[in-house]
Design a protein around this ligand. Structure first.
Ligand SMILES: Nc1nc2c(c(=O)[nH]1)N(C=O)[C@@H](CNc1ccc(C(=O)N[C@@H](CCC(=O)O)C(=O)O)cc1)CN2
Ligand SMILES: Nc1ncnc2c1ncn2[C@@H]1O[C@H](COP(=O)(O)OP(=O)(O)OP(=O)(O)O)[C@@H](O)[C@H]1O
Length: 206
């Protein structure tokens, strides 16, 4: 019998391979569709402080969405790794100087770091997701550690956690762990995927 963590690492490997196999053209199309979809959503339009990420390893690229946010005068932030393996958020503007972190992902240098509670909406990278809002990431536990405080709170309040992923990263079931923090919704190139919540709650997001 495969253990829970075996299943998670197998799923992680398969899904990372899947997203990396997308062609540059598929990636461009997906990014454009995502920007169009999310930029019209309530969650995006209402948010003033937005966390995103720089695409890596075949991830759905939010760069176009970020450009739209800048044009609307919103503040955009990128995750910065801390020694305790949690994340803080650094302001990201056109021309912000970036430097690769030890995991190879560029992050802003010399900017003020904000705690996760200051974000209105967090667009999270992920490796696999399911319709319950379960998220499998790269395996560092960074986002789970950072948003652990949401466990004790109303699930769809602020910050609103929205996963971004290619449609092909959907899995029938992501085996969840006790520390996993569920996402309110997932935005893909094919549309929004609502998680286990009421229609009313979903309407406030999409
Ligand atoms: N774009 C993006 N930024 C992000 C995340 C992410 O998933 N995507 N993170 C979400 O948590 C944090 C970084 N987490 C990461 C966890 C593991 C690996 C990793 O295993 N990378 C390499 C090996 C790196 C090396 O040692 O050189 C690999 O591809 O195997 C990368 C990022 C913060 N920033
Ligand atoms: N709130 C937490 N406090 C302490 N450790 C945690 C917490 N959340 C997760 N971890 C640890 O992080 C490790 C990786 O967790 P997991 O495999 O769920 O990461 P992930 O969600 O795939 O990664 P990421 O969020 O970085 O993309 C696990 O060993 C877990 O024990």
């Amino acid at each position: 019998m495969a253990s829970h963590s075996d299943l998670r690492s197998r799923l992680r490997r398969a899904m990372r391979q899947r997203r990396r196999a997308l062609s540059p053209r598929e990636q461009r199309l997906a990014a454009a569709r995502l920007a169009k979809l999310v930029s019209r959503s309530r969650s995006f339009l209402r948010a003033r402080h937005i966390a995103a990420y720089l695409a890596n390893d075949g991830e759905l690229d939010p760069a176009e969405l970020v450009a739209m946010a800048w044009r609307l005068g919103k503040r955009v932030y990128l995750p910065v790794l801390r020694r305790d393996r949690s994340l803080r958020f650094a302001l990201y503007r056109p021309g912000t100087i970036l430097r690769r972190n030890p995991l190879g992902i560029p992050e802003p240098v010399n900017t003020r770091l904000l705690p996760p509670s200051r974000m209105d909406c967090v667009f999270m990278p992920l490796v696999a997701f399911d319709t319950q809002g379960n998220r499998l990431g790269m395996g560092g536990g960074f986002y789970d550690r950072t948003f652990a405080f949401l466990h004790r709170r109303h699930r769809w309040g602020r910050p609103l956690l929205i996963g971004l992923a290619h449609g092909c990263q959907q899995s029938p079931e992501v085996p969840a762990e006790s520390w996993d923090v569920a996402m309110a919704a997932i935005a893909t190139d094919r549309g929004f995927v609502a998680t286990g919540q009421t229609t009313e709650q979903t309407r406030r997001i999409v």
